[in-house]
Design a protein around this ligand. Structure first.
Ligand SMILES: N[C@@H](CCC[C@H](N)C(=O)O)C(=O)O
Length: 276
């Protein structure tokens, strides 16, 4: 089967985007892994699939697969690329889109040709909703890894995030601690591990070791989770610039019970076809 795809990225978090509204295919987990493989396939952090919605009140169904083939519920950088993709493929002419994901609905708003704002939903903090194994909700959860105890925040943006504050992201042990946090027994569904340096109350630097991928150049939901954690800890104001290795995102969160708004760039790299 020949599959047409578009390679995109949002602040360096890269995607293979597939339109299953106008082409027919059944993607198995091994097809996703092949598409995402940087040596034997196209190469990307996530494969994004555009499908017709199940609910007629929304515009599209947005499906997300990590490079390891697992299907997940949230990808913020991907959501921005999704909005640009469906407009440029002329699947819609709307500037504001409602899409369904397995975690609920998202609203995507084109600001200009490249910038998109995503209403990422209300963050979830209750342990069962992250999910994290704990008897009660805590601001910081102690994670024991070998002989050290790390105090991490835990936030779900529709996907699980652990956030560790560090003095300097450049020297943070992302490659060694990232996989240990991702697979820690406290996180029954594994977790994305964010390493956050607070530069000022409106500016953080962030590196994320993503579940099912490894360290990426940016993680939109990770940026939202880090800002929510930082605001709740009293370190950050309600609007924060998040500087990631691949670019910058602007995150706004008015507070408990409110949606997190994320604004950032999108880019089309190339289009192609692959036999799968
Ligand atoms: N890159 C993403 C997050 C993708 C999913 C994540 N790896 C998970 O497993 O939850 C983003 O921009 O949010």
């Amino acid at each position: 089967m020949i599959l047409h795809f578009t390679k995109m990225h949002g602040a360096g978090n890269d995607f293979v985007v597939i339109d299953l509204v106008s082409q027919r295919a059944r993607l198995r987990s091994r097809d996703i892994r092949k598409l995402a493989d940087r040596h034997f396939g196209v190469g990307c952090d996530q494969v994004l699939v555009v499908e017709p919605p199940e609910n007629p009140d929304v515009d599209f169904r947005y499906r997300i697969y990590n490079a390891d083939g697992s299907e997940v519920s949230q990808c913020g950088n991907g959501a921005r690329c999704f909005a640009r993709f469906v407009r440029e493929r002329r699947l819609t002419s709307k500037r504001v889109l409602r899409v369904e994901t397995s975690a609920g609905e998202l609203e995507l708003r084109m600001i200009d040709k490249q910038q998109v704002e995503v209403a990422m939903g209300v963050p979830h903090l209750a342990p069962a909703e992250v999910p994290i194994e704990a008897d009660s909700q805590q601001a910081l959860y102690p994670l024991v890894i070998d002989d050290q105890t790390l105090d991490v925040g835990a936030v779900s943006m529709g996907n699980p995030h652990a956030i560790l504050r560090v003095d300097d992201v450049d020297t943070a042990p992302v490659a060694t601690l990232g996989p240990r946090i991702e697979a820690h027994s406290s996180f029954p569904e594994r977790a994305n591990a964010g390493f956050m340096q607070v530069v000022a109350d409106n500016h953080i630097r962030l590196r994320v070791f993503e579940r099912g991928v490894g360290e990426t150049l940016a993680c939109g939901s990770g940026a939202c989770a880090a800002v929510v954690h930082g605001i709740r800890q009293g370190w950050l104001s309600d609007t924060v610039t998040v500087e990631l290795p691949g670019g910058k995102l602007s995150i706004r969160w008015p507070g408990d019970g409110e949606q997190v708004l994320m604004t950032g760039p999108t880019a089309v790299v190339y289009e192609g076809s692959i036999k799968i």
